[in-house]
Each structure stands twice: as structure tokens, then as C-alpha cells.
Design a protein around this ligand. Structure first.
Ligand code: BES
Ligand code: ZN
Ligand code: ZN
Length: 480
């Protein structure tokens, strides 16, 4: 899908449809077709949120159709609603076989608004159908989206971010048989080569030499070798800060639970257990293009959690890169085991501020549902920066507590720590476990188990991966 700026007066723009956003009860101005006034007078179209009406052969316009899209009350309309409305319109018109759209952005010309429209359109365009073979469906796609009345800057930012999120979604949607840890590493390397980033993939031998016993322990049950993917961005000008951001993403390409095997009902969804890793890769793709002033390193520990004949047993004790020993009481709590070695390694690479995204616990879904990301930290100031970036990007977060007492459940009789606590407060104990490895470094953990996957399609987005965290990661780096 091509995204361009439309130049010249609206009435002369050629397209399958010109899309105009209308606030509730406010008829659009500047379009002369009398039917619009009638639609409003007869209350057939009132501008309610997400309401869409199509007028064919509108008088005075070169476009084949005029599409009115309701924003709801103007006072309630925000960037989240704008992004989603652009996606809804695109999906609606794509389904009808239209090929080219012009968005009239005159009333939404600020860079952020244009970026939201472009992002919404690109996110709406995504279909998780790479492996479908019916060509009929594939004939329906939008070729060109033009933005009338916006800036190139806003358009470019929206395109870069929209594409980065879709790149993450493509990876998340790949099934476990096709996206193994090494395939994920290959995809990361390809992205890095394309966008001029450094990529280093640590293989099993190197991780063994370094002593990443915790990560390697999880990989034991799988025939697929693990990888620690490291992608580095360095600003062209030597930064005036010593700060160095680490984006750490859980990369479990499939989570069966291992010997503590999961019930088969719904297990197919566990291909999305690398959504944090995909978000880190997607964010790096955007960061390479937007060039923030701070160095950023992404670390993605990639493994498959399987119950093979060499798999971790409950009771096994692993020695992590940091030197601490961990008793594995449940092999399904594998995310934390791979993340701790990546967290330690990020500090060895000089990272000063650590943020991780992980589909870590089912408990976060119970706590926050599918709306908000669970956020945890050892440093309130750093979390405030993360949340302000997230808020600006409409990625909603909710902080959960980390009182020291929550750590008690992680005491092991035989090792320094055990990998699970009590069932109660499961997301918090998981975060407490990670925190032990962040040391003194400001660290934020984002539990995205509830937000990385959409179980039912929305008007603006297909069922499946959401690409969550990409926008927050990028904004955090850009705002540094
Ligand atoms: N990948 C899962 C968490 C998960 C659950 C993600 C549901 C998405 C949807 C994780 O590895 C896991 O299995 N966690 C266990 C931890 C438990 C054994 C302490 C869980 O949440 O049940
Ligand atoms: Zn698990
Ligand atoms: Zn998992």
C-alpha cells in the first residue's frame, strides 16, 4: 500500500473515495453536493462515532465516492479514536473492493494527527492471511492512500511506525513450526541489514561459554537451538548522555509449558509468546529510520519451550549468567528464565536503562483484561517516562505494586531463588523475580500477555497480533 500526500484542491482529486471525518451533528463544509445536507437533515447520517456513509458520484467532486465517517462528539475525539477510525474506514472500503482513498486531513493537519491517520490505515490494512491460498481474497486491497492537507513529516512518521508495528505482527502471527528461534534471528538480521543496524546473534556455544545457564536450560527440551538476538542502534553524533536504552523482548517462539505442560485447549495461541521480542525488533526498525539521540540495544532471548527428552525437570537447578541459582518448580514459567540472562547481558553491553516486554503471565489477563499493559518498576522516575510515552501513543498501562514482601514466595530451600511463587499475585511475583537481576539499573517490566493478541477482530483491526509496545518503545527513545 502506497501512502502519499495529495496536492491541489479536494474537488479535483481523483480516487475511488474521498474520506471526510464529520463530528457529531456538524455537517461537512466545502462540499457542494446537496445530498449531504439532506443526510443530516433526515438524520440518516449524524456523525456518531464509527458511523460510515457512502455517497456515489458526489456533485462537484472528481472522486468516485464521498465517504462520511463519524467521529462522535468533537470534544471526545482524540488521537486513539482518530487512529482507529482511519483503520475502520480503510477496512470497510477495502472489503468493498475500493483501491484508492484520499483522507481529507485539513481539520487534522497536526503532525501527530496525520501520523495517527496513516498508522491507523496501515494497521487496518494488515491481514493475518499470509498462508491462505485463495487468490480471490487477495484481490481486495487498497493500492494508494493519499492524505490531503497534512505534512510530509507526519506522514513519514505514521508510515514508519505503522510498518514497524505490522512487521512485528507478521512475526507474531507466524506459527511455531515456521518461526523457530533461528528463523526469528534470521528475520531480525534481515531487518537490521535492510535498515543499517548492527545485529549479533549469540548461538548455543557462545551462550554456553558466557554461562547463560538459565536461558539454555529452557532450550533443552526442544530440538530447535536457541539464540540471543542483539540489535544495536548508535546515533551518528556522539550523544551528550551516558544513557543507553535496552529493549528486551521475550522470544518464546512456542510455549507448550515444557514438562509442566499446558492444557491443549487454546495452546495454539502460544505462538504469540514471542510478541515482546517482535515488538523490540519492530521498534528497532522504526528507530533506525527516525534516529533518536540515544543508543538503543534490543535483546531478544529466543527459545522454544518443549517437553523433549532432555527437557528441564521440575526441581532442576540452573545457574544464571549473573551467577545466581534458580530452582525450576514449574517449567511453564520459562519466560522469566530466559529474560534474566538477557537482562544481565544487557548490562554487560553497557545499557543503563532497561525495559522489557513479555507475554509473561496469564495472571495479568485476570488482573487487567485485554485493555491495559501491566507495568512494574524498581525506579518510579523511569516508569513515569515510560508511561508518558505510552500515553502519548495511546498504549494504556497500569502500574502494579512491588513491595519487598512479595518476594518471599520466591525463596527456595535448595537454590537462591525458585521460579514461581504462590498462585496469588502471579504477575507480581514474576516481576519480583526479574527485578532481582536488574540490580541498581532503572528497569521497567511490561507484561503484555493480555494486550499482544486480539481474540476477536475489531472494525479497525484484524483478529490476531496487535503489535503492542512498538509505539511506546519508539517514542521513549525519541523523547530521551
Ligand atoms: N506464556 C505464558 C503466559 C501467557 C499466558 C501468555 C496466557 C499469554 C496468555 C507463560 O510462559 C506462562 O506459562 N506463565 C505461567 C506462569 C505460572 C506457571 C507461574 C502462567 O501464567 O500460568
Ligand atoms: Zn510458559
Ligand atoms: Zn511463555
Amino acid at each position: 500500500m502506497e501512502i502519499t500526500l495529495a496536492n491541489g484542491p479536494l474537488d479535483l482529486l481523483e480516487a475511488d473515495a474521498l474520506v471526510t471525518l464529520c463530528a457529531e451533528g456538524v455537517a461537512p463544509v466545502g462540499i457542494s453536493d446537496p445530498r449531504i445536507t439532506e443526510l443530516f437533515e433526515w438524520e440518516e447520517f449524524t456523525g456518531k462515532a464509527e458511523e460510515i456513509t457512502i455517497l456515489h458520484a458526489p456533485a462537484g467532486l472528481k472522486a468516485k465516492r464521498l465517504v462520511l465517517a463519524g467521529t462522535g462528539p468533537a470534544a471526545k475525539f482524540n488521537s486513539l479514536a482518530l487512529r482507529n477510525l482511519a483503520g475502520t474506514v480503510l477496512r470497510n472500503l477495502k472489503g468493498k473492493g475500493l483501491r484508492s482513498l484520499v483522507f481529507d486531513a485539513a481539520a487534522f493537519a497536526a503532525d501527530d494527527s496525520v501520523a495517527a491517520i496513516v498508522e491507523g490505515a496501515i494497521l487496518g490494512d494488515f491481514e493475518p492471511d499470509r498462508l491462505k491460498t485463495d487468490p480471490k481474497k487477495h484481490n481486495k486491497h487498497i493500492d494508494v492512500v493519499s492524505i490531503a492537507g497534512g505534512s510530509q513529516l507526519g506522514l513519514d512518521r505514521g508510515r514508519i511506525l505503522g510498518e514497524a508495528q505490522n512487521a512485528a505482527r507478521v512475526l507474531v502471527n507466524e506459527p511455531g513450526n515456521l518461526l523457530t528461534p533461528l528463523k526469528l534471528a534470521a528475520a531480525a538480521r534481515e531487518m537490521a541489514d535492510q535498515y543499517g543496524l548492527k545485529c549479533d546473534v549469540l548461538d548455543q556455544d557462545r551462550m554456553q561459554q558466557l554461562g547463560m545457564g538459565s536461558l539454555l536450560g529452557v532450550a533443552m527440551g526442544s530440538a530447535q537451538p536457541p539464540a540471543l538476538i542483539v540489535i544495536q542502534y548508535h546515533p551518528a553524533h556522539e550523544p551528550d548522555t551516558q544513557d543507553h536504552l535496552a529493549l528486551i523482548g521475550k522470544g518464546v517462539t512456542f510455549d507448550t509449558g515444557g514438562i509442566s505442560i499446558k492444557p491443549s485447549d487454546g495452546m495454539e495461541k502460544m505462538k504469540y509468546d514471542m510478541a515482546g521480542g517482535a515488538a523490540a525488533i519492530g521498534a528497532m526498525q522504526a528507530i533506525a529510520q527516525l534516529k533518536p539521540a540515544i543508543p538503543v540495544t534490543a535483546l531478544i532471548p529466543a527459545v522454544e519451550n518443549m517437553p523433549g527428552d532432555r527437557a528441564l525437570r521440575p526441581g532442576d537447578i540452573l545457574t544464571s549468567l549473573d551467577g545466581k541459582t534458580v530452582e525450576v518448580l514449574n517449567t511453564d514459567a520459562e519466560g522469566r528464565l530466559i529474560l534474566i540472562d538477557a537482562i544481565t547481558y544487557s548490562q554487560r553491553l553497557g545499557c543503563t536503562h532497561l525495559i522489557d516486554a513479555a507475554t509473561l503471565t496469564g495472571a495479568i489477563v485476570v488482573a487487567l483484561g485485554h485493555l491495559r499493559i501491566g507495568a512494574f518498576t524498581n525506579n518510579e522516575e523511569f516508569l513515569a517516562r515510560v508511561i508518558s510515552s505510552a500515553t502519548a501513543e495511546d498504549e494504556r498501562m497500569w502500574q502494579l505494586p512491588m513491595d519487598e514482601e512479595y518476594k518471599e514466595g520466591l525463596k527456595s530451600a535448595f537454590a537462591d531463588l525458585q521460579n514461581i511463587g504462590t498462585r496469588a499475585g502471579g504477575s507480581i511475583t514474576a516481576a519480583m523475580f526479574l527485578k532481582e537481576f536488574a540490580g541498581e539499573k532503572p528497569w521497567v517490566h511490561l507484561d503484555i500477555a493480555g494486550t499482544a493478541w486480539l481474540d476477536e477482530k475489531k472494525p479497525y483491526m484484524a483478529k490476531g497480533p496487535t503489535g503492542v509496545c512498538v509505539r511506546t518503545f519508539v517514542r521513549l527513545a525519541m523523547n530521551w
